[in-house]
Write a protein that binds this ligand. Structure first.
Ligand code: TMP
Length: 232
């Protein structure tokens, strides 16, 4: 049976609890016989992981930060995401461009129009998603810009996220930001959901882990991408 590639991203402020659910979804898709590419941003390739270390560790101005993140994204799209989609795989990506609009745009106050331009440049398809026979694995309408089919947004009040993060591992440049920064980031995600409602699924991340997992599964089952009996 041939499968169409599926590109799914996971978003939310730091501390929203994405990781365990992403891993569980990978298992669920594998149990259903799908090949899964599990990846993250910034990162996902050797070059992009180097850029990630700079972005998370070194002080820089918001334009430099945005350019490095989009440079990492281009490498990731070209080398990992587009090829996996062409092979018909399920790509589960921990964060993608919505994070740039939320963190660099809303959080840092960087120009959203510049980010939108970078998004169009960096995610331009330009044949990346067409195999030699002309087949194209993405749904019609998104041939020109590669973007997720579905974005699971873990929505959590910033105050609660701050409590969850307190005492966790040594914070990076983003995790160490004050709660006001995360209020702006959360607002940025809400705005992104409004402008991209067709691909956003909001999950109330303040609920128990089991409840959050059940709600995520519901989204996938309703779309027909997983069957209830296939979930381990
Ligand atoms: P992670 O801890 O979820 O892997 O994410 C790394 C950090 O990078 C997180 O604090 C959010 C931040 N980030 C941005 O600021 N902009 C972006 O475009 C992405 C993908 C992540």
């Amino acid at each position: 049976m041939t499968h169409h590639g599926l590109f799914i991203s996971f978003e939310g402020i730091d501390g929203a609890g994405k990781s365990t659910h992403i891993n569980s979804l990978a298992h669920a898709f594998q149990s259903a016989g799908r090949i899964v590419t599990l990846t993250r941003e910034p990162g996902g390739t050797l070059l992009a992981e180097k850029l990630r270390a700079m972005v998370l560790g070194d002080a820089m101005d918001p334009l430099t930060e945005s350019l490095l993140i989009f440079a990492a994204r281009r490498d990731h799209v070209v080398r990992v995401i587009a090829p996996a989609l062409l092979r018909g795989e399920v790509v589960l990506c921990d964060r993608f461009t919505d994070a740039t609009f939320a963190y660099q745009g809303a959080g840092r106050g960087f120009d959203l129009k510049v980010l939108a331009t970078l998004e169009r440049w960096v995610q331009a398809d330009h044949g990346l998603l067409s195999d030699p026979s002309g087949n194209h694995p993405m749904a019609p309408g998104i041939e020109t810009v590669i973007e997720p089919h579905l974005t699971i947004w873990f929505d959590l009040p910033p105050e609660e996220a701050a409590l969850r993060l307190a005492g966790a591992r040594v914070p990076d440049r983003f995790e160490s930001q004050p709660v006001d920064f995360f209020r702006r980031v959360a607002h940025g995600y809400r705005e992104r959901q409004r402008s991209h409602a067709e691909r956003f699924a909001r999950i109330d991340a303040s609920r128990s882990r089991d409840h959050v997992w059940a709600n995520i599964l519901k989204v996938f089952i309703e779309k027909g991408w997983l069957q209830a009996q296939e979930v381990p």
